[in-house]
Design a protein around this ligand. Structure first.
Ligand SMILES: Nc1ncnc2c1ncn2[C@@H]1O[C@H](COP(=O)(O)OP(=O)(O)O)[C@@H](O)[C@H]1O
Ligand SMILES: [Mg+2]
Length: 277
């Protein structure tokens, strides 16, 4: 069965989608079969950033308009993408028939993929947290900015206290250099260990790179050249480390599979707000 990697953050705009796509690209380049599930119900945009035009979204599957097989978009880079579309209400209120159909279809997906990446969306809403809890590993993305760090810590803390998930990986994005990335990760690891008995594994640093912004504007993220940029190297090194963690048995957690991913996506919104510490 494939491994599920949830990419999450406390604060929005820190680079989850970029991290998801670029790590998926690293995995695909080494020959793995890779799927990205866009779980960001509020700001779903993996397809847009990758320049894909999916023929449908999970929302439309629920409405009975298309099947799940039909909405898997195939990127020329060897990555498949399932877009969620926006519409939390429809996802929450699906009819039992389509629900059991979807669960059945989704349950078959891990067999077709080596790695399923979930771009979860930001914050500590129930659906984000549950998506994290269904993963084999959840990867917290932060920047060195104090707000991003405190919100990253909030996710780590809630995952430990409410889901008993006391291990995660961290990517420090938009850092000035590797030293800054290491400092940020070490600080978070120290606090997480001390206050919630949680182990934070440093996956890697990704520098700020203006050309990435231009690539996004041109919808060229994930193009061949991306991995050779400094950012691309940061993300592929991070993926190597995460792969090491997944394969070494160092992690104490296991995945509940894609059925629970679907449950998480379709959970009614909890109304809980993101908290800044
Ligand atoms: N390392 C980086 N260097 C420069 N710009 C970046 C970097 N990482 C992300 N960005 C930019 O920051 C913005 C937010 O990134 P995104 O991945 O969409 O964040 P999120 O998914 O967490 O909301 C995008 O415009 C993206 O191009
Ligand atoms: Mg995003």
């Amino acid at each position: 069965m494939g491994k599920i990697i949830a990419v999450t953050s406390g604060k929005g705009g820190v680079g989850k989608t970029m991290s998801t796509i670029n790590m998926a690209l690293s995995a695909a380049k080494s020959g793995a079969r890779v799927l990205i599930v866009d779980g960001d119900l509020g700001l779903s945009n993996v397809d847009v950033v990758m320049g894909l035009q999916p023929s449908g979204t999970l929302k439309e599957v629920l409405e009975g308009q298309v099947t799940i097989a039909e909405i898997v978009a195939h990127s020329p880079l060897g990555i498949d993408v399932i877009s969620s579309g926006t519409g939390v209400t429809q996802l929450a209120n699906m009819n039992p028939l389509s629900r059991s159909f979807l669960v059945h279809e989704l349950a078959r997906l891990p067999n077709s993929y080596d790695y399923v990446f979930i771009d979860t969306g930001a914050g500590i809403s129930e659906s984000v947290l549950t998506l994290n809890s269904t993963s084999d590993i959840f990867v917290v993305v932060t920047t060195p900015e104090p707000h991003a760090m405190t919100d990253a810590y909030a996710v780590i803390k809630v995952m430990a206290e409410e889901y008993d998930r006391r291990e995660c990986a961290i990517i420090v994005n938009q850092a000035i250099n590797d030293d800054e990335g290491k400092r940020v990760a070490a600080r978070l690891a120290e606090v997480a260990l001390k206050f919630c008995d949680s182990t934070v594994h440093f996956a890697g640093t990704v520098p700020r790179d203006g050309s990435l912004v231009r690539a996004v504007l041109a919808r060229q993220v994930g193009a061949e050249g991306s991995l050779s940029s400094l950012c691309g190297q940061g993300w592929s090194q991070s993926w190597c480390r995460i792969l090491q963690l997944l394969n070494s048995g160092e992690l104490s957690t296991g995945s509940a599979g894609l059925n629970s991913v679907w449950d998480a996506l379709s959970a009614p919104p909890s109304g809980r707000q993101n908290i800044g510490l």
